[in-house]
Ligand binder design. Structure first.
Ligand SMILES: [Zn+2]
Length: 61
């Protein structure tokens, strides 16, 4: 996906920064503990589509 697009993306809930996962399939908001899916290169910024992070994922690695 376009990394410039990532610069303008913010979490729809807390307006905080998002982190693209290494496999580029999800955008993570650590503040909310949510992972927003990236489908065909398009981030889906909907809380209803987001996955809740598990404990391991909430920890910085
Ligand atoms: Zn957030």
């Amino acid at each position: 996906m376009d990394t410039k697009l990532l610069d303008i993306l913010a979490c729809p809930l807390c307006k905080g920064p998002l982190k693209l996962t290494s496999d580029k399939t999800e955008l993570i908001c650590k503040a909310d503990g949510l992972a927003f899916p990236v489908r065909a290169g398009i981030p889906v910024m909907l809380e209803t589509e987001a996955r809740t992070l598990d404990v391991d994922e909430r920890l910085d690695k």
